[in-house]
Write a protein of this length. Structure first.
Length: 174
């Protein structure tokens, strides 16, 4: 059976979306974890990563080794990629997100911070004891500047590239 009037997205738009999400997610993940390592410079970076893995494995993950730290890093980047995917999808519906990335980005970073603290972390295998955490201000700043803003800027940049190429004629359809 053939769906009339429904066509799959063009491969170029799909690859453009994947590229935007991957670039935005990897950049935000790297900036965020880098910020955390620098801000909490007295803490062992592997201990920080094992703490992230504790959200999946429970408090015992804090005694884990290099593999547990690697799992924490993978969890961190998975969340960053998810945040980028959600922003990208929202930007397809609400163009203001890519028209005003300098405003939308930090606002989105605050939303990510709230979702992490009010939904994700409480549902994790190692929920926090209080909200907000005692060190909440630097973590919020990281989400504003290292998560929301780079995601918005990268998606906005990719949207402009997509708009330019979408306005030029497709030689295969001529």
């Amino acid at each position: 059976m053939h769906n009339v009037g429904v066509s799959p997205p063009a491969p170029s738009s799909v690859s453009r979306a994947v590229r935007a999400i991957v670039c935005a997610g990897l950049l935000a993940g790297a900036l965020d974890i880098g910020y955390v390592f620098v801000y909490f410079h007295r803490a062992d970076p592997l201990a920080i990563l094992r703490g992230i893995a504790a959200g999946l494995l429970g408090p015992g993950a804090r005694q884990g080794g290099l593999g547990t730290a690697a799992l924490g890093l993978a969890c961190h980047f998975t969340i960053a990629l998810g945040a980028a995917a959600v922003f990208y999808a929202a930007s397809r519906k609400f163009a203001v997100l890519v028209r005003r990335p300098w405003v939308a980005g930090p606002l989105y970073g605050a939303v990510v911070w709230l979702v992490m603290n009010l939904v994700v972390l409480p549902l994790s295998a190692n929920p926090p004891k209080s909200f907000p955490a005692p060190n909440w201000i630097p973590i919020l700043v990281a989400h504003l500047t290292c998560v929301g803003l780079p995601i918005a800027l990268v998606v906005a940049r990719c949207a402009k590239v997509g708009t330019d190429s979408a306005s030029s004629p497709d030689p295969q359809q001529a």
